[in-house]
Ligand binder design. Structure first.
Ligand code: ZN
Length: 182
């Protein structure tokens, strides 16, 4: 069976690789909702191991090539956090905002703010929101985010999707958009 991984965030992707191997999956794509360490840390390990394509927004791609945009490094100078992800195969812009895969259509929605490279990904009834729409308040720092843009992105999501839209956040449990605590 073929699969896609959104935000491989563990160190060296050990849990992701374990899941792929145990289930005999073929990993076709890695989709990154944004450039922060806890969403991208395992990306290089998967790329080294599998023939997989990486997709993210243009700004995310630019930031991934610069280790000082890695979220953890903004706070803790640990040598393990010095990494770059340089092999992005397609940006969401190059794809025209849509990725067709195995009869499914993934639609990318640009939601800068939490980080400037953030996107949400709509896959049929599921909206994967990274750190943009989640029940715990995301931290936004001036060095790679914008509170104003974040507010605009949240308003756009609330206008564009109805209350029953299922939200799959980067942290925390699945919830309906109408239950979002702003
Ligand atoms: Zn983040």
């Amino acid at each position: 069976m073929h699969c896609v991984c959104i935000d491989p965030g563990s160190e060296k992707s050990l849990s992701e690789i374990d899941y792929i191997e145990k289930n005999g999956l073929t990993l076709d794509y890695i989709i990154l909702t944004h450039e922060h360490t806890d969403h991208t840390w395992g990306c290089n390990a998967l790329v080294e191991r599998y023939e997989v394509r990486v997709v993210c927004s243009e700004v995310c791609k630019q930031n991934l090539a610069n280790e000082f945009q890695a979220y953890f490094l903004l706070y803790y100078d640990n040598p393990d956090y010095h990494y770059t992800v340089c092999n992005v195969d397609n940006t969401t812009e190059e794809l025209g905002g849509i990725l067709d895969w195995q009869g499914h259509s993934f639609k990318f929605v640009y939601t800068p703010g939490h980080s400037m490279g953030s996107v949400c990904v709509l896959i049929e009834g599921m909206l994967f929101t990274g750190d943009t729409v989640m029940q715990s308040k995301p931290y936004i720092n001036k060095r790679n985010g914008s509170k104003e843009k974040f507010k605009e992105s949240i308003e756009m999501i609330l206008n564009r999707f109805d209350g029953n839209q299922l939200i799959y956040p980067g942290h925390g449990e699945v919830f309906k958009l109408k239950d979002y605590n702003q």
